[in-house]
Design a protein around this ligand. Structure first.
Ligand SMILES: Nc1nc2c(c(=O)[nH]1)N[C@H]1C(S)=C(S)[C@@H](COP(=O)(O)OP(=O)(O)OC[C@H]3O[C@@H](n4cnc5c(=O)[nH]c(N)nc54)[C@H](O)[C@@H]3O)O[C@H]1N2
Ligand SMILES: Nc1nc2c(c(=O)[nH]1)N[C@H]1C(S)=C(S)[C@@H](COP(=O)(O)OP(=O)(O)OC[C@H]3O[C@@H](n4cnc5c(=O)[nH]c(N)nc54)[C@H](O)[C@@H]3O)O[C@H]1N2
Ligand SMILES: [Mo]
Length: 763
């Protein structure tokens, strides 16, 4: 068969894929990408481990909703036809809406799914469920929940608006003298941007900044959170101590009399109260540099010297998202805001603070992302029915139970039906064995997914979806619009998300409203034409489709040189922030009224629930960092040869410091049991001095593969992480707060079964 070459866009960049009609035969970086991501090679296995036909869990099919729900994941499946499965889904949605109310449907469906403006799985499912009466939604993200809640309190900006107005890399390269990074600028993470990464430029900006004289400091448990080329200063820290470090730095600046009194009074509110806390006047503990050094386990003098360096130079403080994905994560962002205010450089070119450089590829690109219209999604008619996204297990465990969230007292709904599309909670959620138990609560679980992931295996009704390589779409990245063309035929009987949702909408009686009479190709053309009508430089659709990519007219892309909060800095009366005070809030009157004991009204050090300085470290003396995998996006394509080729001893790679390894008799390639009171995972050892001595790194993304005792044979770290909200403010996930112990596995290591297909039986 003739080979075709077609463009595509993923969350990890644009590519050209070669295909022979049924298989992808080669994946090439897009010629417009100077630093293509190796993750692209995962696409070679797009046709493997696929769900080929609709399937229903045997007990559910025989006994109906609510039957043997604790058998999810072990019951066999019965394959059925599309007409039958659409009927089953339609009937079940109708039954639950009528008997339990629409609130009993959980459609929050968190997950990244695929890039592609039209077929974005979350848009399709939201549209389907919202048009039909609504559902209980999920608010916030696993990425940035804590920041999303705290940033508006501190600076009156919506979080995504704040990220979009970050200081440009070009300004940092040109003006910053010292860039102090908490959680680094991790190049492997900058491969990715939600919704579509364009050309990869972060390496270029790191190199250029270094060439222009920016010196980097990397406060992080991992040295390689900053690439060697920038020759940064690595300060290995105890995880979760960032707030203490920043308070210690701020204290030193104040003790030296170098704080910007003028900025603190004209641009901030609450300085007096915060200062009294900093100096220890309110609790008897001055937050001095030596105090912080002992908490973070740093060499004495480290913070005193650095505080002086920061006062003497144009300093930019960068916060990775990781530092807010831990207990009290909100407060690391608040401490940085306060430290930057004390230094008085907020709003100056190359000074102040920003976030989250390195956590996504587009941060600091300096261009406002071009809006490519997607399919419109109406609001959820059940406006107030939502949970904070990572409270999903608690919701199943505790229907009717109450919890606090950003000043509100709220109640968990009683969920009967879960409909998940484009995410994988059995990868992304914390304490997976606890989720597995709670997962028996709903009567029915519907999963729409291309691959036999651990989530799909734990469904009652499985709807096989195609991937972007099997359908046409539009891909929008910062600088380019990509004609995402189908490269291979749909695998098995898989259907496009849109067609699945449309069939269900028809079954429920609102198909025409859902489709507006358009096929996928009609929609793609329609969305492009809407975009072209607003942008003179865009050619006619057919010309665009033929060319495969449209480079945006840069002149039209907003400020190329942006400085975060510059207008406010220049004139706070003319450009007040949309906070209660119009100023940066070093004390929040609003949060003070919440009166939650875990949510003080100013930046503060609160001991995380477990950390290297706590008594829990006597039993579990290693802090686990479950960061993002360099070789894939989350759990996507974990079945592929590329991802599996990066494993050690066939499971997730665990990095451990030479001293910690020697103390446990471990060498490279050993299989270890990583464990704590919550669970265990088996991993393959790599000994490395690029890690803080009491920290181990076990990246996320391996498909959950529990044995009978709940030990994950494949090394998923989320059997170990604790499932608790960051605080009553955001109730965000706190995966980066986790202690473990590691021991050599005795005897033969069990075989990984995560990539086996489930068992099928005839009806
Ligand atoms: N311990 C720990 N846990 C973490 C984190 C951490 O730092 N530590 N990080 C968290 C973060 S930041 C995030 S964002 C989450 C990520 O968690 P998720 O976003 O849930 O992870 P993905 O693996 O990207 O899941 C996407 C799913 O969508 C499917 N999919 C892809 N394309 C399509 C499509 O076109 N149609 C349909 N129907 N499905 C599709 C994929 O096959 C995959 O199963 O994980 C979180 N979990
Ligand atoms: N290749 C790849 N890139 C990705 C993703 C992926 O799955 N694969 N996922 C994307 C997504 S959804 C997101 S949200 C972002 C996440 O971006 P981040 O949240 O920034 O990413 P992480 O990998 O969790 O953590 C980055 C580094 O922070 C450090 N760190 C962890 N805890 C602490 C701490 O308490 N203090 C300090 N100082 N440092 C700490 C760790 O050493 C870790 O390597 O990444 C995105 N980029
Ligand atoms: Mo994320």
């Amino acid at each position: 068969m003739a080979t075709t070459t077609t463009p595509t866009l993923t969350h990890w960049g644009p590519f050209l894929v070669e295909a022979d009609g049924t298989e992808i035969t080669a994946v090439h970086g897009h010629p417009k990408d100077p630093d293509p991501s190796p993750i692209g090679q995962n696409l070679l296995d797009v046709t493997r481990n696929r769900i080929e036909r609709p399937a229903v869990r045997q007990s559910w099919l025989e006994g109906g909703p609510g039957t043997a729900t604790d058998q999810r994941g072990s019951d066999p499946f019965v394959e059925v036809g599309w007409d039958e499965v659409v009927d089953l889904v339609g009937e079940e949605i109708t039954r639950v809406r009528a008997d339990k109310g629409s609130e009993a449907i959980f459609g929050g469906s968190y997950g990244w799914g695929s890039a592609g403006r039209f077929n974005l799985p979350s848009s399709q499912i939201y549209r389907l469920l919202r048009m039909g009466g609504g559902y209980t939604d999920a608010r916030g993200t696993y990425s940035s929940s804590a920041a999303e809640v705290i940033v508006p309190h501190l600076m009156g900006l919506d979080y995504s608006q704040a990220v979009g107005s970050q200081t440009s890399w070009s300004v940092i390269a040109g003006h910053t003298e010292l860039m102090v990074c908490f959680g680094g600028v991790r190049l492997s993470n900058a491969q990715v941007t939600y919704g579509g990464q364009g050309p990869h430029l972060t390496r270029h900006w790191l190199d250029r900044s270094t060439d222009q004289g920016v010196r980097f400091v990397n406060f992080s448990p991992l040295r390689d959170d900053l690439i060697d080329e920038v020759d940064g200063r690595w300060i290995p820290v105890r995880p979760n101590t960032d707030s203490a470090i920043m308070l210690g730095l701020a204290h030193q600046v104040v003790a030296d009399g170098q704080h910007d009194e003028d900025f603190l009074t004209t641009h901030c509110t609450g300085w007096e109260t915060f200062c009294a806390y900093l100096l220890g006047q309110t609790d008897g503990i001055p937050k001095t540099a030596p105090w912080a050094e002992s908490i973070a386990d740093l060499e004495p003098g480290t913070l005193t010297d650095l505080a002086r360096e920061m006062t003497e130079h144009r300093t930019f403080i960068n916060l990775a998202l990781a530092i807010q994905r831990g207990d009290h994560g909100e407060y690391a962002y608040w401490a940085a805001t306060a430290l930057a205010a004390v230094l008085g450089q907020t709003g100056l070119p190359g000074g102040g603070f920003g976030f989250p450089f390195g956590s996504n590829g587009n941060v600091g690109a300096g261009q406002i992302r071009k809006r490519i219209p997607g399919i419109s999604v109406p609001p959820n008619p059940l406006r107030d029915s939502y949970i904070p996204v990572s409270r999903v297990t608690e919701m199943f465990e505790n229907p009717g139970g109450s919890y606090r969230y950003n000043g509100q007292s709220r109640t968990y709904p009683d969920i009967s039906l879960v409909y998940w599309c484009g995410g994988n909670p059995f990868h992304h959620h914390q304490d997976l064995n606890r989720l597995s138990r709670a997962w028996a609560h709903p009567e029915t679980v519907i999963v729409q997914e291309p691959f036999w992931t651990p989530l799909a295996k734990r469904a009652d009704i499985v709807l096989p979806a195609t991937t972007p390589l099997e359908r046409n779409d539009l891909g929008g990245a910062e600088t380019m619009l990509v004609a995402m063309k189908a490269a291979v035929a749909p695998v098995g009987e898989a259907r496009h998300d849109y067609d699945i949702c449309a069939a269900i909408a028809h079954r429920l009686g609102y198909g025409d409203e859902f489709t507006e009479g358009r096929s996928i190709d009609d929609w793609v053309r329609h969305l492009y034409e809407e975009f072209a009508a607003d942008n003179d430089y865009a050619p006619a659709f057919d010309e665009f489709w033929e060319a495969g990519v449209l480079q945006h007219d840069m002149a039209d892309m907003g400020e190329p040189e942006q400085v975060f909060l510059a207008d406010f800095r220049a004139d706070p009366d003319a450009h007040p922030l949309e906070t209660t005070s119009g100023r940066i809030e070093l004390f929040s009157v609003v949060i003070d009224t919440f009166d939650d004991s875990d949510a003080p009204p100013h930046a503060a050090w609160q001991e995380p629930y477990e950390w290297l300085g706590s008594s829990a470290a006597e039993r579990f003396p290693l802090h686990l960092i479950s960061n993002q995998p360099a070789d894939k996006l989350h759990s996507q394509y974990d079945h592929s040869r590329f991802s599996r080729g990066h494993k050690v001893a066939g499971r997730t790679r665990l990095r451990i410091h030479p001293a910690a390894a020697a103390a446990r008799g471990l060498v490279d390639g050993d299989v270890v049991r990583v464990f704590n009171d919550r669970g265990a995972s088996l991993a393959g050892v790599v000994v490395s001095d690029a890690i803080q001595a009491d920290v181990v790194e076990l990246p996320v993304g391996s498909w959950y593969d529990p044995d009978d005792d709940g030990t994950c044979r494949n090394g998923n770290p989320n059997t170990l992480t604790r499932d608790q909200g960051t605080s009553s403010l955001a109730q965000g996930p706190s995966a980066h707060t986790c202690l473990v112990e590691v021991e050599k596995l005795e005897g033969a290591a069990p075989e990984v079964q995560a990539y086996n297909l489930p068992e099928f039986v005839e009806r």
